[in-house]
Design a protein around this ligand. Structure first.
Ligand code: ASP
Length: 339
């Protein structure tokens, strides 16, 4: 067992629940309406609404923010990483749960996966139905997330997301349905495990580098380089790429069609951008599969990078962190195979 993880003592673990908002903290006037407002109820109300939570762990709640995750910012993600690093660096806290909106949960999970420096469990959870809904999914998600965060067997698996009885790894998961409670999938590499009414089962660990083995840090950082995502489609206007470069983007992630493709005009504009020092990463708008170098596009001569398994939103996060330092294109490409 790693040295900063405590051996099971029979005592309850101490788990910090950091709330950021989202539908799990959302409210509506009735239990059956589609419309609601995200980020309305407090962390204490959320914790208080889950029967049996205090049997799993000693819980300490903290309100970090109360926003819909469509309003998540990098300033907030950095503050969250700093707070988690401080809490887990203190021997008393054995695990952290972050409650978060589902819209950008995969981005925050992946950001924390690269910037939290601990082997201890860090688990994000949320809900697809607001707290006031008939059959709200938030309370059981929070119960299961605390069970995973309190479980020493969840340690060293990177940042996890617990939703709808599934345990996903931050590298793999993606939101797949706009409204269903079964919205998250890990389509390329599969689930880390399951958690049913607090009983955990693990199938595997993540294969990529994360948390305590990640070289990235946001300690003392207050802003990250601009990286834009451009969505490829039939007839994509190439001047979007020129526009990003002229607005100061240090990197561009293309959500390419198929295997990270884009039309001839966009390839020419992206090549020009890469030649001038903007880092161009080819990712894909397709939900599953990897983007492979030099298939229909000659990445070597164009000076492009491929995102491998990362979707555009996560490729952007990796590139923003990587561009904090000068690195060669070869080093950057290797990072997409490593993280
Ligand atoms: N828009 C909400 C959010 O991301 C959706 C949710 O939490 O499910 O905050």
């Amino acid at each position: 067992m790693p040295t900063d993880i405590q051996a099971p003592t029979g005592k309850k673990a101490c788990v910090a629940v950091l709330a950021t908002g989202g539908t799990i903290a959302g409210q509506a006037e009735t239990g059956t309406q589609a419309g609601y407002a995200s980020g309305r109820i407090t962390v204490d109300a959320m914790i208080g609404s889950v029967p049996g939570l205090s049997d799993l762990a000693d819980i300490q709640g903290e309100q970090i923010a109360n926003v819909g995750s469509q309003d998540m910012t990098f300033a907030l993600m950095i503050a969250l990483a700093d707070r988690i690093n401080a809490l887990l660096g203190d021997g008393a806290v054995e695990g952290v749960v972050v409650t978060h909106g589902t819209d950008t949960m995969e981005e925050t999970a992946y950001f924390l996966n690269l910037t939290v420096k601990s082997r201890k469990p860090v688990v994000l959870t949320g809900a697809m139905r607001p707290s006031t809904a008939v059959s709200a999914d938030g309370p059981l998600n929070l119960y299961n997330a605390v069970a995973v965060a309190a479980d020493p067997r969840a340690a060293e698996r990177g940042v996890l997301v617990v939703m709808n009885d599934r345990i996903h790894g931050a590298h793999s998961l993606t939101k797949n349905n706009t409204t269903s409670v079964e919205t998250f999938l890990s389509p390329i590499n599969g689930l880390i495990g399951t958690v049913i009414y607090g009983k955990t089962q693990y199938f595997r660990g993540p294969f990529r580098r994360h948390t305590h083995t990640s070289e990235f840090s946001v300690a003392g950082v207050d802003r990250l380089p601009r990286v834009d995502i451009l969505y490829a489609c039939a007839g994509m206007p190439a001047d979007l790429i020129d526009c990003s470069v002229s607005r100061g983007a240090r990197g561009i992630v293309v959500a390419g069609d198929g295997n990270g493709n884009m039309n001839a005009g966009a390839i020419a504009a992206a090549s020009r951008a890469a030649g001038q020092g903007t880092v161009v990463v080819r990712s894909s708008r397709v939900q599953t599969g990897t983007v492979i170098r030099n298939v229909e596009i000659d990445d070597d001569s164009r000076r492009f990078i491929v995102s491998d398994e990362l979707n555009p939103a996560k490729a952007r996060i990796l590139l923003m962190l990587a561009l904090q330092q000068d690195r060669s294109l070869e080093e950057l490409q290797e990072m997409f195979y490593t993280y």
